[in-house]
Design a protein around this ligand. Structure first.
Ligand SMILES: Nc1nc2c(c(=O)[nH]1)N[C@H]1C(S)=C(S)[C@@H](COP(=O)(O)OP(=O)(O)OC[C@H]3O[C@@H](n4cnc5c(N)ncnc54)[C@H](O)[C@@H]3O)O[C@H]1N2
Ligand code: MOO
Ligand SMILES: [Mg+2]
Length: 409
């Protein structure tokens, strides 16, 4: 068996990022990966404008103002936001102005309303600003037209959408979404709506993995349940390999008489790169490459917790790289105080599921209550993190520090 670090590196080396792109609207861009450098022909701010409700003035007019010796200026214009000022300020004059409104020609300073008194068409300036340009947002201060605004390979979330909208990018070039085929294998499996006969079990993996794939911005292609029958499996596996960038099948990767996946992958011409990792849960994870069409096949263990932990630890970085993200592929770990004693045999990198919480300015890991068994998916709900004991560590006492992987979705 290979180590988790070796497996991670084999998997990431195997993955070629998607190159195909498509043009989509800004409205549809949430969760997509930008495929081009975005530049704008507009400066930002677009023009000099006011940061306060108040008066636009010439600094030299008001530089000596105090409550005892105020400056009185004539108000020549009112400039709400969205209006193009019509008048140029001369010495001794002010324009009434509001937050976000364009500065009139001749003005270089804003006096906030609280430091003034209005008398008919005059304003009394009661205090001096520190310097010219006070409360002026200068054109191009945040961004100059033509320079790079956003780089390819970034994930588009609310902040990026704000930037794209302000740059008037109504259409955007993004990488196409990865296609991930999902199939569940096992004679014992039924769908959540089928009545359960003795010995059967509901296929939870199909739904959990589809949700996981969607959360990563990829397209899940649910191919359903396939019985432990070599011919049917072979056909479904072929279909999966031909329709997707990645295949995630669950079950049939251990050593039982009905565990056919590895044998069938060889028959299909796949090159088996991983067939067992020193990790728990998830030991029998099998990773296979198909050279003829770039497809990567993940034979994921059937136990429901093993399936999700394998996805979080090994498939997630691979989908991130595949999707065109330029960085941020790897799982994220931080140190946290363990609220329970964690025990492992020390022979495999061991993952425990539970919740990471910020308590009084430090992170704590709360183990999911009940049995930590790879067949017990019942206590998975609420899981947002995995505590990890490396090979060689057999015990973390309650109150001691443990490494916690927190990008668990
Ligand atoms: N002699 C050995 N037996 C097992 C070993 C071993 O090293 N030697 N490893 C164990 C470990 S660890 C795991 S993990 C499992 C992996 O099993 P498979 O990937 O072959 O999966 P199955 O045998 O098909 O099923 C295992 C388990 O999971 C349930 N299951 C399967 N598919 C689903 C699904 N879609 N939704 C929900 N639950 C599912 C299935 O009913 C079994 O209970 O092997 C151990 N055995
Ligand atoms: O490794 Mo299995 O994945 O522990 O249950
Ligand atoms: Mg099995």
């Amino acid at each position: 068996m290979i180590s988790v670090a070796e497996a991670e590196s084999i998997i990431l080396n195997l993955v070629t990022p998607i190159k195909d792109t498509e043009i989509i609207s800004l409205e549809d861009s949430l969760g997509r990966i930008l495929a081009e450098t975005v530049t704008s022909q507009l400066d930002f701010p677009y023009w000099d404008n006011s940061a306060m409700d108040g008066y636009a003035v010439k600094f030299e007019d008001v530089a000596q103002s105090t409550p005892e010796s105020p400056t009185i200026l004539e108000i020549i214009e009112e400039i709400p936001a969205g209006i193009n000022p019509q008048k140029s300020l001369q010495s001794g004059q002010a324009s009434r102005i509001f937050t976000g409104a364009m500065l009139p020609r001749g003005a270089d300073t804003i006096i906030m309303q609280e430091n003034t008194e209005k008398k008919d068409n005059q304003v009394v300036i009661l205090s001096s600003p520190d310097s010219p340009q006070t409360f002026v947002r200068k054109q191009g201060e945040y961004y100059q037209a033509g320079s790079s605004l956003l780089s390819p390979g970034i994930l588009i979330n609310a902040p990026e959408i704000a930037v794209l909208a302000t740059a008037q990018c109504s259409t955007i070039r993004v990488y196409r979404r990865p296609r991930v085929a999902i199939l569940s294998t096992g004679d014992e499996l039924v769908t959540p709506s089928q009545p359960l006969q003795p010995g059967q079990i509901v296929d939870s993996n199909q739904y959990a993995l589809a949700a996981f794939v969607s959360r990563l911005g990829a397209i899940p292609i649910k191919l359903g349940i396939v019985p432990d029958d070599k011919n049917q499996l072979l056909e479904k596996m072929k279909e999966a390999i031909n329709c997707a960038d990645f295949v995630l099948s669950t079950g049939g990767v251990s050593v039982g008489d009905y565990d056919y996946i590895e044998q069938l992958l060889s028959e299909l011409g796949g090159e088996i790169l991983i067939n067992g990792i020193a990790v728990t849960p998830g030991k029998p994870l099998t990773v296979v490459k198909f050279t003829n069409n770039d497809c990567v096949y993940f034979g994921i263990p059937g136990n429901p917790v093993s399936a999700l932990v394998s996805c979080w630890r090994f498939v997630q970085p691979a989908i991130r790289k595949l999707s065109g993200l330029s960085a941020d592929w790897y799982p994220k770990f931080i140190k946290a105080k363990s609220c329970q004693t964690l025990r492992s045999r020390g022979q495999r990198e061991t993952y425990f599921w539970g919740q990471l919480q910020l308590v009084d300015n430090h992170y704590e890991f709360e183990l999911a209550p009940g049995t930590q068994s790879s067949a017990n998916l019942i206590n998975l709900a609420g899981t947002n993190a995995l505590a990890m004991l490396p090979v060689g560590t057999t015990n973390i006492n309650s109150g001691e520090e443990v490494l916690v992987m927190f990008n668990v979705i």
